[in-house]
Design a binder for this molecule. Structure first.
Ligand code: SF4
Length: 351
């Protein structure tokens, strides 16, 4: 992609960082890949040291600090990898990772040890073996194209994968996880959109974390997918200094729904190396979700989830509104309403 910023000198030239930070950030860029597309660079307010877009994409010297609980494979992908490019964590679905490059490299990425320009994409034989694995496992109902970013593939290569999956009778759903509509919306050409069309149900899950990312060009790209009949969902990562306040989350989720994108997941940040400065506690995340419950409709509420370290799977970790009434001898419940008041709910009664 033309005009993409990939190193500290280019960040200085683009005015994203002052020259005196270049040496420190060159060391970070040598450890973790950097890519900032022109669309994203245009959103960065370089006069704001705490700019929420810069925090996501401009490296920070703190990335070279590793906190005790951080891991190279924070969600345990590698413990569920029967063949290269496949993660088979749950019986009915797999991740297929055909490519390890992304349009941008997010500073909080959970696969930051695997993605980047040096990361190997599947070659033809490896891709064939990964597709054979899916073909020969008839319990696989859903295939999630992830990576890296699958929309970095050419329309021709993407179409070949979609056609192969489309031909497998047991595969009912193909889900695409992507940052392209937000980071490089112009890449979502009519040819690429056409390549996504299939007989099977296709869902696109776009990754957006801040309402400022949802520009007119991004809305137009999402519109191209919607008009092609592809349902859109979103995933966001809850990040310190980016979107860890209820007004930002409310604006993000309202804007997504208004552009026909259903907020699907709000991820608690994973324990990836060098990301402690972008993480917050689970309690803070739950408090934010509680605030949203009273402010926006269910359509605007994603599921707040945590991928358990070690590969044990993803679980909802949002606030709990229903608790058994410990003082009651019957099975009464205490239920909290969106304003924080609690109410009794009776046990099940027989007629
Ligand atoms: S787009 Fe996804 S896989 Fe790529 S760097 Fe960002 S979080 Fe990681």
């Amino acid at each position: 992609m033309a005009g993409v910023i990939r190193n500290a000198n280019q960040m200085v030239e683009a005015g994203l960082i002052p020259a005196e930070r270049a040496a420190a950030l060159a060391a970070v860029a040598a450890r973790y890949a950097v890519s900032i597309t022109p669309d994203i660079a245009a959103l960065i307010d370089s006069g704001d040291a705490q700019d929420p877009i810069a925090r996501q994409f401009v490296p920070d010297a703190q990335e070279l600090l590793t906190a005790p609980d951080e891991r190279g494979d924070p969600i345990g992908d590698h413990t569920h990898e029967p063949v290269k490019g496949i993660v088979h964590r749950y019986p009915d679905r797999v991740l297929l990772k055909p490519v390890h490059v992304c349009p941008v490299y997010c500073r909080f990425c959970f696969r930051r040890e695997d993605v980047g320009p040096g990361g190997a994409a599947l070659d033809a034989a490896e891709l064939a073996a990964a597709l054979d694995y899916i073909r020969s496992n008839s319990n696989i109902w859903e295939v999630i194209l992830s990576g890296g970013d699958p929309l970095m593939l050419s329309a021709r290569r993407l179409k070949a994968i979609m056609s192969a999956l489309d031909s497998m009778p047991h595969v009912a759903v193909i889900r695409i996880h992507t940052r392209v509509p937000v980071a490089a919306p112009g890449k979502l050409t009519p040819a690429l959109v056409k390549a996504l069309r299939a007989e099977k149900a296709v869902y696109v899950v776009l990754h957006a974390n801040h309402p400022r990312e949802l520009t007119a060009a991004v809305k137009a790209a999402a519109g191209r997918l919607s008009r092609a009949g592809i349902p859109l969902l979103s995933q966001s990562v809850l990040l310190k200094g980016v979107n860890d306040d209820s007004a930002t989350l409310e604006a993000l989720f309202r804007a997504l729904v208004a552009m026909r994108v259903k907020p699907y997941y709000l991820h608690h940040p994973d324990l990836a190396h060098g990301t402690a400065h972008l993480r917050l506690g689970l309690g803070a995340g739950q408090a934010l979700m509680k605030t949203l419950r009273g402010r926006v409709s269910g359509l605007c509420q994603p599921s707040y989830v945590l991928d358990l370290p070690g590969g044990h799977g993803k679980v909802p970790v949002g606030p709990c509104y229903a608790r058994p009434d410990e003082a009651s001898e019957t099975e009464c419940w205490r239920i909290e309403d969106p304003n924080g008041a609690t109410h009794d709910y009776p046990p099940k009664s027989d007629v």
